[in-house]
Design a protein around this ligand. Structure first.
Ligand code: FAD
Length: 394
């Protein structure tokens, strides 16, 4: 899909808003700005192909529900041969293929003549200009009153003292089998019955039909692995769990997501407001970001439409961030026991509470239920380490 045709806004002397990066966060924001706000977006890619899939527990409208292509009323986790199948009233686990999301966002943006998408243009520098900014990019510059930086965050520097950083890294294959092999009614969120030697590891499997599924080999660990390792785990899962000897690969995707207590937005360029992963939208304990990006886009767009500066980013409550910190610290210190901890969460916390926690909508009782699953002795130690932040959070 080419985005060139969609970027119809004409160049102006000055824009209300400039956006660096037209990925999930950039497009989510641009598509909500409406017809009274002028905007320009800089994006190095020249077309929008399928490069990822987004899933989340649907607890309320996301703003992009028309792009949902699959949903599952039940989900399961597996450890040591034990499987827990879970449901929660009124909740589905839903899937959006990125090409459907991009198409929908680009359609909405194309309806707004004051929004200009500059594809093939990487932003290089942002400078202050009196009351606003100048964005410099390959192929030209633009002046804007507000700048939002959605470029991917940099996660390669040293971890600041007192912070924890894991990566969620994965490779996924959308496969087609020549016979029935999957249960399309249940999404496998985490199958921990794979080797845990390189960190907390699991296979994630989204069955689209009895013969098609997206299967991802995933690790929570400090660094990524050789490509062959992801392929090895995927092949043995498809052989041993799905019972297949051959399969056709329709599509593949890779991801490296931050699971960190650090703030990733501090290096947004030239005083721009960081959004998306750079704006700390990824939940530290899961790496999931789609819903937080939608919520943040909605609140920024509402402020911009009302002629206000957006409030500083606070995508999730301080209490939840404190729980994420305890959880992530424990996971980083106990990689070989991560599977046990995560399985316990699904076993001991009610599905409705866990879904709310995972979706950043947890009440104090939900967050407490999650905290209780961190093994008691170490929980005390982790809490002591995190106590000051925790107290601020509650
Ligand atoms: C394969 C994959 C699967 C995922 N699955 C899920 C999921 O199931 N659920 C969930 O909640 N989250 C998921 N995520 C996490 C998260 O939702 C996505 O990473 C999401 O795309 C983040 O949005 P973003 O706008 O911050 O970054 P992106 O969508 O990556 O957008 C960043 C944009 O910045 C552009 N850019 C780069 N350099 C420049 C520059 N110099 N100037 C201007 N633009 C630049 C890039 O080309 C890109 O378009 C997944 C991520 C990946 C990679």
């Amino acid at each position: 899909m080419s985005g060139g045709a969609e970027g119809r806004g004409a160049p102006r002397d000055r824009y209300d808003v400039a956006v660096l990066g037209a990925g999930c966060a950039g497009l989510s924001l641009l598509s909500r700005l409406g017809d009274r706000v002028s905007a320009v977006a800089f994006e190095p890619r020249t077309s929008f192909a399928r490069d990822r899939t987004w899933c989340f527990f649907q607890t309320r409208p996301s703003g992009f529900d028309s792009a949902v292509s699959h949903s599952w009323p039940a989900w399961k986790v597996r450890l040591g041969g034990r499987e827990l199948v879970r449901t929660a009233r009124g909740v589905k686990y839903v899937h959006i293929a990125s090409d459907d999301f991009y198409a929908e966002a680009l359609r909405r943006i194309a309806r707004e003549p004051a929004i200009e998408l500059r594809l093939g243009c990487a932003a290089t520098r942002v400078e202050r200009d009196g009351s606003g900014f100048v964005v410099h990019a390959a192929g030209g510059s633009a002046r804007a009153s507000q700048v939002f930086d959605a470029r991917p965050p940099v996660m390669t520097g040293p971890v600041p003292p007192g912070e924890t950083r894991l990566l969620q890294h994965f490779k996924g294959l959308h496969v087609r089998a020549d016979r029935d092999a999957f249960d399309p009614g249940v999404a496998t969120l985490m199958d921990f019955d794979v080797s845990q030697r390189d960190g907390t590891a699991f296979v994630y499997a989204l069955p689209f039909s009895s013969r098609e599924a997206l299967v991802e080999a995933t690790w929570f660990s400090p660094s990524t692995l050789q490509d062959a390792r992801y392929d090895e785990v995927l092949a043995s899962w498809l052989r041993d769990r799905a019972g297949l000897s051959t399969w056709e690969v329709l599509h593949s995707e890779r991801g490296v997501l931050p699971m960190t207590t650090e703030s990733l937005g501090s290096d947004a360029i030239g005083g721009a407001v960081a959004i998306g992963l750079r704006g700390d939208c990824a939940k530290p304990s899961t790496g999931y970001a789609f819903l937080a990006i939608q919520r943040r886009s909605e609140s920024i767009a509402a402020a911009v439409r009302a002629g206000r500066s957006p409030a500083p980013p606070l995508p999730r409550p301080a209490r939840t961030r404190a729980v994420d910190r305890v959880f992530l610290n424990w996971l980083a210190r106990n990689p070989s026991r991560g599977a046990e901890l995560l399985f316990n969460l699904f076993e001991k916390v009610s599905p409705a509470s866990l879904v709310r926690f995972l979706s950043d909508e947890g009440s104090p009782a939900d967050d407490f239920a999650v905290m209780r699953c961190v093994p008691v002795a170490e929980f005390g130690l982790e809490s002591a380490r995190t106590l000051p932040r925790l107290l601020r959070g509650f």
